[in-house]
Design a protein. Structure first.
Length: 172
């Protein structure tokens, strides 16, 4: 198993939400963490070997482009008490298509952890020691004991689409 450290400046997470007035796009860079994987000679994840991973996003890095919405998001996520959103990769199985995997793990938001499952595309094991992990998943924020923001006439809907693009380099 090889440890790959997330390259913060090249990785990002984004959230697409809808509201009573307009779509909302939230983005954050500066992801931190690592992934532990072994690759076959064909460049696919060796599923006979253990896999693990940890990623965290600083809540203060979430940016909607609207300072009022950013402050409300920080308030609802209790940023002083829970400064990070975290994800833990616990298992990976092959899915249909090259470099496609079904992943399971735990997402923690504001101290509330939930087991989640979704699909990822994982490419890497190249000579430069770079791994790219991409995926999207729909979540209902109420599953994490969060109420969607309401401000004046704006009401954010509870279902959000979360995407991630992680670039990681071989540690060492």
């Amino acid at each position: 198993m090889t440890r790959y450290d997330i390259v913060s400046q090249e990785s990002r997470v984004w959230i697409e939400a809808s509201s009573s007035l307009h779509p909302i796009h939230v983005e954050a860079g500066e992801l931190q963490g690592h992934v532990d994987l072994t690759f076959t000679d064909q460049g696919e994840v060796d599923l006979d070997q253990p896999v693990a991973g940890h990623v965290q996003v600083d809540v203060r890095e979430l940016d909607t482009g609207n300072s009022l919405m950013d402050k409300e998001t920080e308030r609802r996520l209790e940023v002083k008490r829970y400064p990070y959103l975290t994800g833990e990769l616990t298992s990976l199985v092959a899915s249909e298509g090259a470099n496609r995997y079904h992943a399971e793990g735990d997402i923690t938001v504001r101290g509330v952890s939930r087991r989640v499952a979704g699909d990822l595309i994982i490419t890497g094991g190249d000579e430069a020691g770079t791994v790219v992990i991409e995926g999207e998943q729909e979540f209902d924020v109420r599953d994490f004991d969060l109420d969607p923001p309401k401000m004046l006439m704006l009401k954010v809907h509870p279902e959000v689409q979360v995407g991630v693009r992680v670039i990681a380099k071989k540690a060492g």
